[in-house]
Write a protein of this length. Structure first.
Length: 56
């Protein structure tokens, strides 16, 4: 299962910088994860200061 970014996202971009597959992009007001690129590694969840990336 891919990760998904919740509404807790503060749009800081920390998760996108640490994603090894570049699956995270800036969306409208918060970052979004492309489920086809996500390898479920958890790097984004480990970096996020507000725990916005969650397992879907």
């Amino acid at each position: 299962m891919a990760y998904k970014i919740s509404d807790a996202c503060i749009n800081c971009g920390a998760c996108a910088a640490d994603c090894p597959t570049e699956a995270i992009a800036e969306g409208d007001g918060q970052y979004v994860i492309d489920p086809d690129k996500c390898i479920d590694c958890g790097a984004c969840a480990n970096t996020c200061p507000v725990d916005a990336p969650q397992e879907a």
